[in-house]
Design a protein around this ligand. Structure first.
Ligand code: NAD
Length: 478
């Protein structure tokens, strides 16, 4: 499905007309191609007084080959020492100052360590850092703020200030335009080696073109058995990954992206989609499993297959899903049952059997596909929204329950993605769905796939219990 309006706007004649009439202006988004540099320009790294992450972040970005400028430290608001400045990472510099030829520096990303902000008066440091840089971010650039999870703060005042960071990042996502995205990453203060590895994985994802359609999100990095890949361009090397609903749409894109990143993919779909499934599996050098997930013996047959062929499954991607739309008064029970069974109950049955049989090892990952309908609700989709909200409930419940086994559980919640599903929506509603987000366009299946890919990396094992929207910061459910 092509977005003809976006193509027109991105042409020369279209640009002029859109500017004159004040119409929505969807930018061309930067998407990932293997071998790409992480960013189109340098990173400006700032830190609030007393921040604890400027050091690790400097090491991570330097290792990733990013050109780094530092700056933005403001005088202490609360009068305590500045360890970040003391180790040289946050010393005030002429960040954003003109380059040798007099042109102002433009940044691929602004990254700010706000973990040092311990009360609301310290929030002024955000203004001092971001205000002079508001026009310095390159198209499709990134803004990332790092904070401490409010629940893990040392005092109510610190928790209040850290919670306030969400308002800043979500507003920047709406304000900066030109494909610039903004995210808040909360990093546990009681971290282990896995925390640093997953922070690295998260920064590499969020800064790169992989996160093109993710904006206004809050990601939590905790602890867990995350491992650094031998090659960040193949972060899934050696991993066995199951992708359900892989014959087409988002699932096929997930299978392709995960295989590109080095995974051995087991692609599953219903027998009726056997030809399309085989084509995807052949294309990526994976294997195909024809199975209806709702069958009574599906969990056992799937577990037997994975045990016989691979002895384990490192990552399970629960992507298969259906819609059977009707307003509630007109909905027959079959529509309700079918949607709940495919989208939610079958996932639970499969998880149970795979976990009982020990086929998901420590460090394993479950990634489910929810929807913004599960967050916002949707007219005509009581069944679908119930199932997708249930997926979020499953993440909330299973993530802490499986933490002891080192298994992470996360979900993505796509917004308007250009697929056969959204192509069927009537034109006017479809146009509204496409434009009602900060990026003024629909996402592509690959955008959802890249986000699932990041959550599936062994390096992301300390990211658990998150629901990450891939919606261009849609107004729905915001
Ligand atoms: P799609 O209909 O193109 O693909 C879904 C796949 O799941 C199909 O290949 C189908 O055969 C398979 N499937 C359905 N029932 C199955 C069963 N019982 N057993 C095995 N396989 C089964 O849909 P899509 O747009 O690619 O959506 C993929 C996921 O993303 C779904 O969970 C959907 O709810 C979710 N999602 C999509 C959008 C969007 O805009 N397209 C938005 C939010 C969420």
């Amino acid at each position: 499905m092509t977005d003809r309006y976006a193509s027109f706007v991105q042409s020369g004649a279209g640009r002029a007309l859109v500017k004159r009439l004040g119409l929505p202006d969807p930018p061309r988004l930067r998407r990932h191609t293997p071998g790409d540099p992480l960013l189109p320009g340098p990173v400006l790294l700032g830190a609030a007084t007393g921040g604890r992450l400027a050091g690790p972040v400097t090491a991570i970005l330097t290792a990733a080959g990013v050109e780094l400028r530092t700056g933005g430290t403001t005088p202490p608001a609360t009068g305590h020492d500045d360890p970040a400045a003391a180790d040289g990472h946050a010393a005030p510099t002429a960040a954003g100052a003109p380059t040798g030829d007099g042109t102002p520096t433009r940044f691929g990303a602004l990254v700010y360590d706000a973990t040092g902000i311990t009360d609301s008066t310290g929030l002024r440091q955000l203004y001092d850092f971001f205000h002079p840089q508001a026009r310095s971010v390159l198209p499709s650039g990134r803004v990332i703020v790092l904070g401490t999870p409010p629940a893990e703060c040392g005092s109510p005042r610190e928790a209040t200030a850290q919670r306030a960071l969400e308002g800043l990042t979500r507003s920047i996502g709406k304000e900066f335009g030109r494909g610039v995205t903004a995210q808040l990453v909360y990093v546990t203060p009681d971290g282990d080696a896995g925390t640093t590895t997953s922070l690295e994985a998260t920064l590499r994802f969020l800064l790169s073109g992989r996160s093109a359609y993710v904006s206004g999100q809050v990601v939590r990095v905790g602890t867990g058995p995350a491992t650094v890949p031998a090659d960040w361009d193949r972060p899934l090397a050696g991993q066995v990954v199951l992708v359900t609903g892989a014959a087409r749409g988002i699932g096929a894109a997930v299978a392709r992206v995960l295989a590109r990143d080095g995974a051995q993919v087991v692609a599953l779909d219903v027998p009726a989609a056997g030809d399309a499934l085989a084509a995807v599996a052949n294309e990526i050098g994976g294997t195909a499993v024809q199975l209806d997930l709702t069958g009574a013996d599906a969990p056992t047959r799937l577990a037997d297959h994975l045990a016989d062929r691979h002895g384990r499954v490192d990552v399970v991607v629960h992507n298969a899903g259906i819609t059977r739309d009707r307003t509630l008064g007109r909905m027959d029970a079959d529509r309700w049952d079918a949607v709940l069974d495919v989208n939610l109950s079958s996932q639970e049955r499969i998880n149970d059997v795979l976990l009982e049989r020990g086929l998901i090892p420590g460090g394993g990952r479950l990634v489910a596909v929810s929807s913004i309908a599960g967050i916002a609700g949707n007219r005509g989709q009581t069944n679908y929204a119930t199932s997708k909200a249930g997926v979020i409930g499953l993440v909330d419940a299973l993530a802490p329950a499986l933490a002891g086994r080192g298994i992470s559980v996360n979900a993505v919640a796509p917004g308007f993605i250009e697929t056969r599903l959204t192509a069927r929506i009537p034109l006017v509603i479809r146009e509204a769905g496409r434009r009602m987000n900060s990026l003024a366009q629909g996402g592509l299946p690959v955008d959802v796939a890249e986000t699932i890919g990041w959550l599936a990396w062994p390096a992301s094992a300390a990211v658990s219990g998150n629901v990450v929207r891939v919606c261009g910061q849609s107004l729905l459910g915001a």
